[in-house]
Design a protein around this ligand. Structure first.
Ligand code: C2E
Ligand code: MG
Ligand code: MG
Length: 907
């Protein structure tokens, strides 16, 4: 109602009521003017109230809209009654007779408003609540009826009337008012019970009470013939509709306004029926005491009221019992929940892998969980009452004292520390303790201690760190520790002390590993590690940083020269033969040296040493190389080349040159060797020596090798078409093609694709194929052989292969390496050394004894050619006979005839 309290509408309506009252009061009662004023003002006010109610109905819509529509239509019905009354009285100028049309309008208001009120939205209620609501309504109705009976109805009936209809109409007024007030009060009580603001309805209720009083007074005065229009009584109806107008203008509650719990708990709703009953009973008692008589209606209605009160009480009693039981159930359920959660909490504390304790500020143990037995072997009884500081090993007492002091200063904060604690079995265990100050927490009032045994975990952690930092085979530092040590040395590097590192790689270790097995390789590595350790200073770090790679950190002044000396000692000690599994083995090391002063960080320093090591290895190993920045340029170039090579195939930058092989007896070209070339867009024609290594390292050799194979076969088929004696096409294959992918399957595929007869294809491979993954490669070779392909051993004599391998492998051709052929020429045309010739002769004999065709590579002069022919080498290849030629030139050479050389050369 706050919204209306000081609003302009309230003030205006209040003024109108006051003005109306003044007119009725001051003017002589029943004068024509007052009657006219009363009639017009009443009509206007009723119409205003009805209009405002209908407007509100339109605004609200929904059920509340229907309620307001009912109220509005009720007002208009009443307005019709007023207008009819006014017309008769003020225009026609005679008294209004009852029953008449005016009564119809007045009484019509009752059902319309009641109907509207029935639509007030009330939330769904339980059956008990609905029954109680109905009983409440009956109590109100019965009380009001009793009051009305005493005040109006009974006197009216007693007085009787000229006509029965007149009496009925007269009685209808107070009865209608009883119904109206009952419905309003009942609805109000329902709304209040739900905690809803019912301001407008309160005003409607007040209006209905006012109209009820006015109607009763009217009925009474009419009965006694003393009513006259235009008197003070008219104020009653005017006020009634002024209140309806105010109610209709009352501001709407906000849409989101929910139930107000304060309103819901106010006793209004409960008290209204009782208040009505009390008022009715008091009125009846007083009246009948004064009048000294009673009638049957009085007795019945009083009995009915008492009965209703009893029913109401019974309902309340039942409801209370229900509520009590509900409350008991809820308390029971909550208690059970608490019991369960306490049991759970206790179990958690007791069964936890942590020991939980509460200690006082002076470290006296006040509570100790059973779990301590599992963790440290002690029982709680043994510990409670003792000082924690006495249980911790002396080494941890100071730390514990500090943690407790810190916890005392910071309530709620947890301090974590690690302490040595003695187990009951007398071992000392490392414990992780969390101290939390809960002195202020009710029920605890102490420092809470969670203690875990982290001994094993710590040990494992240390072991893992040791493992990560040490090589399990040799016991040397690992690559990770090497990194750390280099970093430490570089960080501590001063003007007087320098840091240098050596990276060394064993030469030919892979072959040893592959041929003698990993166990032998491991033994060799262990011995190598021991020898390196023996020749460096005690505090120099020696690490195994890869399979057969070792690193040494040298810190001294000047480190570089010392490092060189160390490298020299290492190289020397490694040259001594090793005894592995009763067998004497030899290995050497390629050593790279780099100075911290030349690097920006540790990674760069190690990379520099790696580069130097590769430089040392390149010419054949057993050498020391110190890093110089030019090596980096080489690396960059290599990386660029690698990137370019990745796209070279797709861009069709690769091409093949063909070098003929000539029969030394017939001088005819019997075959060609395909040699790959790279037409680099910037570098020009790049030699395979510069990129085959990269292709092998990156795996690109697999697609590259397949392309070469296919292209060579395609060319061979093209050359062979129409000729009677087909040429043999030799294609080089890398050991990596054996390792990555199925070479035999690839070859079969290519042969099928190109239509190349297998017998015309020769695959050349170096000895490395025979040395790596021996059994696996042997199987591959047999599969290739099964295809019908010829196999050639390229560059024979430069590898590590023993003659035993040659017997084992299904090779058809032996290509004597150029280095042997070179030695046949001697210097400046002088004949070669006899032992060189003897060596080549031996190789040729060996090949023949194994049933292999011998080919001499790299023949550059006629002397070599002559010697080889004398030694009965089968075939020859070399610049003297023909350089490798592009396909077009090779085609011309083949077309011109089978002899590429002038006869004097061949003669
Ligand atoms: P290789 O298989 O031993 O080939 C012979 C190499 O010696 C060729 O070098 C050839 O040009 C060169 N040569 C031939 N006659 C003479 C001579 O009288 N004097 C001199 N100084 N050299 C001569 P190229 O073409 O540079 O090939 C080098 C190596 O690259 C080849 O040696 C081979 O191992 C490899 N290679 C070439 N093409 C391929 C290929 O397609 N695949 C694979 N995996 N390797 C290839
Ligand atoms: Mg070759
Ligand atoms: Mg060769």
């Amino acid at each position: 109602m706050a919204g209306l309290r000081r609003s302009p509408c309230t003030i205006l309506v209040g003024l109108l009521v006051a003005l109306f009252a003044a007119c009725m009061w001051l003017a002589p009662g029943g004068s024509a003017v007052t009657v006219l004023v009363s009639n017009i003002a009443s009509v206007l006010m009723t119409v205003a109230a009805g209009g405002a109610a209908l407007a509100r109905a339109a605004r609200r819509g929904g059920r509340m809209g229907i309620t307001w529509a009912g109220i509005g239509l009720g007002c208009f019905s009443y307005a019709y009654g007023e207008a009819s009354w006014a017309w008769t009285e003020s225009v026609e100028g005679h008294a209004v007779s009852s029953p008449g049309p005016a009564d119809l309008g007045y009484l019509g208001m009752v059902p319309l408003i009641v109907l509207g009120l029935l639509f007030v939205p009330v939330a769904r209620q339980s059956l008990a609540n609905r029954v109680r609501g109905i009983v409440d309504g009956l109590m109100i109705a019965c009380s009001l009826l009793l009051i009305s009976w005493i005040a109006v109805l009974h006197p009216l009936i007693e007085a009787g009337s000229d006509s029965t209809l007149g009496l009925v109409v007269l009685l209808a007024y107070p009865l209608g008012d009883v119904v109206l007030v009952t419905v309003v009060l009942y609805t109000l009580a329902q709304l209040r019970r739900q905690g809803q603001d019912s301001g407008p309805l309160m005003l409607i209720g007040a209006a209905m009470v006012v109209v009820g009083v006015a109607d009763s007074a009217y009925a009474y005065l009419t009965l006694h013939g003393t009513y006259s229009s235009g008197g003070l009584l008219d104020l009653g109806w005017f006020l009634c509709f002024a209140l309806v107008l105010l109610a209709a203008l009352h501001p709407d509650p906000g849409p989101a306004a929910g139930p107000d719990p304060v309103l819901a708990t106010q006793p209004f709703a409960v008290l209204v029926p009782y208040a009505a009953v009390v008022i009715a009973l008091v009125c009846s008692v007083v009246f009948y005491a004064v009048a000294g008589r009673a009638d049957a209606f009085y007795s019945y209605s009083r009995s009915a009221l008492i009965l209703l009160i009893v029913v109401r009480q019974l309902l309340t009693l039942l409801e209370n019992r229900h509520l009590t039981r509900d409350l008991e159930d809820r308390v029971g359920a909550r208690s059970a929940q608490l019991t369960v959660s306490e049991a759970r909490f206790r179990a958690l504390v007791q069964q936890s892998s942590d020991s939980v304790a509460i200690i006082d500020a002076d470290s006296t143990i006040r509570y100790q969980s059973d779990s301590v037995k599992k963790v440290f072997g002690w029982t709680p009884e043994h510990l409670v009452g003792r000082r924690l500081t006495d249980l911790v090993e002396p080494a941890g007492r100071a730390a514990l004292g500090t943690a407790i002091a810190a916890a005392l200063r910071a309530p709620g904060r947890a301090m974590v520390l690690e302490l040595p604690v003695r187990h009951r079995d007398d071992t000392v265990r490392l414990a992780e303790m969390t101290v939390t100050n809960l002195l202020d927490v009710p029920g605890i009032h102490g420092l809470v201690l969670n203690t875990r045994d982290v001994h094993d975990q710590k040990e494992l952690q240390e072991r893992l760190v040791h493992e990560a930092y040490h090589d399990s085979l040799t016991g040397l530092a690992s690559r990770a520790l090497f990194h750390v040590r280099v970093e430490e040395a570089a960080a501590g590097w001063t003007r007087t002390d320098e840091v240098a590192i050596l990276v060394l790689d064993l030469d030919g270790f892979k072959q040893i590993n592959d041929s003698l097995g990993h166990a032998a390789g491991d033994q060799l590595l262990v011995q190598v590690a021991e020898r390196i350790r023996a020749v460096v200073r005690e505090d120099d770090t020696v690490a195994r940083i890869g399979g057969d790679e070792f690193g040494v950190v040298v810190v001294s002044d000047p480190a570089r020269r010392d490092a060189e000396a160390v490298a020299g000692r290492i190289a020397a000690t490694l040259r001594e033969p090793f005894l592995v599994g009763g067998r004497e083995l030899r290995t050497t090391a390629s050593i790279g040296l780099a100075r911290a002063a030349d690097a920006e960080d540790v990674d760069q320093l190690i990379r520099n040493a790696d580069l130097a090591m590769y430089r040392a290895k390149a010419p054949g190993g057993d050498a020391l190389a110190a890093y110089d920045p030019a090596m980096l340029a080489g690396l960059v170039e290599r990386l660029e080349l690698e990137a370019d090579l990745r796209v070279a195939l797709a861009r069709e930058e690769l091409t093949l040159h063909y070098q003929p092989t000539v029969d030394l007896r017939t001088h005819a070209i019997v075959g060609l060797e395909a040699l790959v070339r790279w037409r680099h867009p910037v570098r020009g024609l790049v030699s395979p020596l510069d990129f085959i290594g990269i292709a092998e390292a990156t795996g690109l050799i697999v697609p590259l090798g397949r392309w070469v194979l296919a292209e060579a076969c395609r060319q061979a088929v093209a050359w062979g078409a129409g000729t009677t004696r087909p040429l043999k096409m030799a294609v080089n294959v890398s050991v990596r093609q054996f390792e990555h992918g199925d070479l035999a399957a690839t070859v079969a595929e290519v042969l099928a694709e190109t239509g190349m007869p297998a017998g015309q294809l020769c695959l050349e491979m170096t000895e490395s194929v025979l040395l790596t993954d021996t059994d696996e490669n042997l199987t591959q070779l047999h599969r290739l052989k099964a295809l019908g392909v010829t196999l050639a051993m390229d560059d024979f004599g430069t590898g590590y292969s023993s003659l035993a391998y040659l017997r084992r492998y299904p090779m058809d051709i032996l290509k004597i390496d150029r280095s042997f052929v070179d030695r046949l020429s001697g210097d400046a045309g002088a004949p070669g050394e006899p032992q060189d010739e003897a060596l080549v002769a031996t190789i040729i004999r060996l090949g023949r004894s194994l049933g292999m065709t011998t080919v001499a590579e790299g023949i550059e002069d006629t002397r070599q050619l002559a010697t080889l022919r004398d030694l009965r080498c089968d075939l020859a290849q070399g610049f003297l006979l023909s350089r490798p030629l592009p396909a077009g030139d090779a085609t011309r050479l083949l077309d011109e005839g089978l002899t590429p050389l002038p006869d004097h050369v061949m003669a």
